[in-house]
Write a new protein. Sequence first.
Length: 613
Amino acid sequence: MKSNRIRCALGIVSLLCNSSIAQTQDHSLPYAENDYPDKVYWGDTHVHTNLSTDAYEGGNRLSPNDSYRFARGEKVRSSSGQVAQLKRPLDFLVVADHAENMGVRIAMDAKDKVLLKNSEGKRWYERYKQVDRENSPEDAQALKWELYWDLKVADLGEAFKRSVWSQVIDNAERNNIPNQFTAFLGYEWSLSVGDTKSKAHLHRVVVYKDGAEKASRTLPFSTNDGDTPEQLWAYLDLYQKTTGGEALAIPHNPNLSQGKMFLPKTTAGQPYTWEDAEIRSRWEPLLEVTQIKGDSETHPVLSPNDQFADYERWNGLGYFKQVRPGDGDRKQYEYGRSALKQGLQQQAKLGVNPFKFGMIGSTDAHTSLPAIEERYYWGAGKEVELKQDRMDHWRFSASGYAGVWAEENTRESLFSAMKRKEVYATTGPRITVRFFGGWDYQVDDAFKPDLARIGYQKGVPMGGDLSLSPKGKSPNFLIRAVKDPDGANLDRVQVIKGWHDSHGQLHEKIYNVALSDSRKEGRDGSAPSVGSTVNIENASYINSIGDPELSVVWNDPDFNKDELAFYYLRVLEIPTPRWTAYDAKYFGLKNVPEEVPMVIQERAYTSPIWYSP
């Protein structure tokens, strides 16, 4: 433990330190014969409810219980009064409300007795009521937003925090139904540094494997308790050692981090040591690579030869409205692909990779409604729920979801898959993707009905490691992608490779390994366009192009047995209408500004497979 601040912060670990130390279970062992994950489960690890102060201030009045019910497929009434229901339920959900003064605003309006017993809570209650008394509703709302940043750092006492956390635990336990629906406990640690115009977001979602018995012996760790990632990781380490439980942290929106999320330095500005890199790799095995505030796989400045790099690039809230000189130097620390490459460089230097993460998608919805399919997009917040005038918010993306390969739909099984990185991201469609790496896959393995069994027997799945190339042999990869049953056909499957050469230089290359409609890759590596059947006016498309399934065994033609490398898949759908096109048709909107994109090419990103000499 590097700081006593974490031990004593508001009594957060006072109960932890009185509990017995237990050993955590190792879920990273190889699979036994015929014992492997045979189902993909769909979920969201990042939803905000009325317990998040910013969501409540924005008009969200739906509780965590409402969010779980909605994810399970039940009808709920949204904060704007509309009936909402998922067309297809999710399998799991993490309600991840901000740890910073979780539940305080709803408690104020409810005149919560525990809050008002705290002198600081009572002072803030009176301050908000004064704003209401002395201003019109519109002015009062604006003033409350101004108070938001000060309220985040207020000390409202352990008793109040524990009362809110108890509600969070009760809601999750009530909705957790093993083998039917998994309700994870979690929260968001929301560190933002710098001034308003250039604020760097270094946010993480914390996810617990555990239920009430262990999680109730702690409290959410906020940036008021520790304002560096190192302190968060130390807190998670203490939690595991003192309860025998397990937890992990998932960074999100590196695209809003102002070049800080994947900088290979400590908060104090020191280059990573072996220990620093190992600690980060241990606690952050995943990256939320796509969500409502844009896509963070890569950027055109970083990947100028990638024709699909400029995808759902976030331009909201004043961020990154145009590319500026020197952006490449900063952006290499903001995007998933470049971070994976940075990880190889650190591994070559230190012997351990701090950025060895798998990739998932999630929503970051502040509506309590994890609904982000283009046709059924409920927006980022109450102010942009389904309504006619939300086109001004076109920069928000309808994204994303997490796909998890697991043996069963339980906290233990899903969490184990997250730790071993056998997960992938999609921007919304429920595309099924299998990705294995090994040395002995045969061409016809891609077309066998027992592809998964072969994949596990001969190699490793997404998130796994390859090493010790036999006789310098090139690795080969067993790949299958199947369209969303309710969605669009597939355009192509690409392997994205990154590597670290003998001169210390980093490289990336994109291989079109499976193309629909019998298209062939040219000698320069390019492929003909799949075309488009999108009718923007009708917000429709036809599955007359593309393929419902693409399978292949691919060998790396550029393999060097002495070079560190990673490989991951990017699976692209054929073009389809974006949520803005569906809105335009539904509301009969005319003269939509030309800058508003109306067509999208949705995708999936798998966790990588790494090769180490």
